[in-house]
Design a protein around this ligand. Structure first.
Ligand code: NAD
Ligand code: DAU
Length: 338
């Protein structure tokens, strides 16, 4: 049994991770989340109160973070911080980079100083976007040794946070691991993101919106598989090391929208091309050999189409959750010609 402090635990991946931990371990969890627009209280409803406590607060709040990390230190059971909290949407970072810099960089700094003071282990959640993008025809994929080359304010802020984590490992001996995962999909993902946006557009009688040519490639992984990888890193990861997490799920955006349209019984060519994202990264692709060989981790959702079908069913069954968020998001996209 461990005690975990999960920052950003009311967001898409954090909430799925909390469910995964409760199902697969005996660990106890404290969630720290400031409940931005991206968070969901509903995603944490019905969890056992004896094992989960939710603290509403900001990861940039030094006193609060110090107190919560301090609770993990010195007990009989080991404690660890799993740091998901971040501003996560590229399009938002193009509109206003400011919270990306403060939450993603200063928030990580605040967590690092607290784990340093209290001698608590940290797992830092990063993204494959820190490596920039690959050419469409490039046969290569990102590895743990790929140089950092972030393109957007979001990915640059995540890269900055990763550099701080590695510096705290080397300079202060902080016991930290990092993981860089590819694009997640699954339940509780905000309707601003690509896959839920298209599914909910169709459920609402609207149309699918594809940025630019649609040739951009993303490497999709079901969020449960990201959670199992993070648990495996907590169990077996070596301090100071980085693990890449991906499920060999490369698809062009065009392929994804056609798959969604087919699954929802529509003509696969019935979509709109809309204005492209500024600086739009071409292709992400993860080589997760190291996580698989050194940690023995394997993804469960090997069929993207099966995971996507389940996700379509989930959004169809949870319209009361996403519909209140939908109109404002679509109005903001429409104002940008997207
Ligand atoms: P999300 O936007 O759905 O959730 C982020 C959560 O962090 C929200 O609950 C939000 O309220 C919270 N948060 C934001 N600012 C905060 C602050 N200052 N203090 C406390 N809480 C704050 O994001 P997500 O998609 O679940 O991503 C979670 C993490 O995983 C991020 O670090 C992201 O960079 C990383 N990641 C995401 C993906 C993906 O495909 N979504 C892939 C790889 C890595
Ligand atoms: O690679 C990991 C990253 O994946 C995470 O670090 C980010 O937090 C997460 O948001 C995601 O970033 P992307 O920018 O790749 O995801 P997004 O869902 O915003 O877009 C996926 C692709 O779909 C991208 O090429 C842009 C395109 N797109 C997006 C939207 C919202 C469209 O074509 N139409 C759309 O309406």
């Amino acid at each position: 049994m461990r005690r975990l402090l999960v920052t950003g635990g009311a967001g898409f991946i954090g909430a799925n991770f909390v469910h995964h931990v409760l199902e697969h371990t005996e660990d106890e969890v404290v969630v720290l989340d400031s409940f931005t627009y991206a968070a969901s209280r509903r995603a944490l409803e019905g969890l056992p109160a004896g094992r989960v406590r939710v603290e509403e607060g900001d990861v940039r709040d030094e006193g609060l973070v110090d107190g919560l990390v301090g609770e993990l230190a010195g007990g009989d059971e080991p404690g660890a911080v799993v740091h998901f909290a971040a501003e996560s949407h590229n399009d938002n970072s193009l509109r206003d980079p400011s919270p990306f810099v403060t939450t993603n960089i200063m928030g990580t700094f605040t967590v690092l100083e607290a784990v340093r003071r209290h001698g608590v282990r940290l797992h830092h959640i990063s993204t494959d976007e820190v490596y920039g993008d690959l050419e469409l025809e490039d046969p290569g994929r990102f590895t743990e040794d790929t140089a950092y080359r972030p393109s957007s304010p979001y990915s640059a802020s995540k890269a900055g946070a990763d550099h701080l984590v590695r510096a705290w490992v080397r300079s202060f001996g902080v016991e930290a691991t990092l993981s860089n995962c590819s694009n997640n999909y699954g339940p509780w993902q905000h309707v601003e993101k690509f896959i839920p946006r298209q599914i909910t557009n169709l459920l609402d009688g609207g149309r699918v919106k594809l940025y630019g040519s649609g040739n951009n490639v993303r490497d999709w992984i079901h969020v449960d598989d990201h959670s199992s990888a993070v648990l495996r890193i907590l169990d077996r990861g070596a301090a100071g090391e980085t693990y890449l997490v991906g499920a060999d799920g490369e698809r062009s955006n065009l392929e994804v929208v056609r798959a969604i349209l087919r699954l929802m019984g529509r003509d696969p060519d019935d979509f709109d091309h809309v204005a492209d994202r500024a600086g739009h990264d071409l292709r992400y692709a993860i080589d997760s050999t190291r996580s698989r060989t050194e940690l023995g981790w394997v993804p469960r959702f090997t069929s993207f189409e099966e995971g996507l079908a389940r996700t379509v069913e989930w959004y169809a069954a949870h319209a009361d959750w996403w519909r209140p968020k939908k109109a404002a998001i679509e109005a903001a996209y429409a104002a940008k010609g997207q």
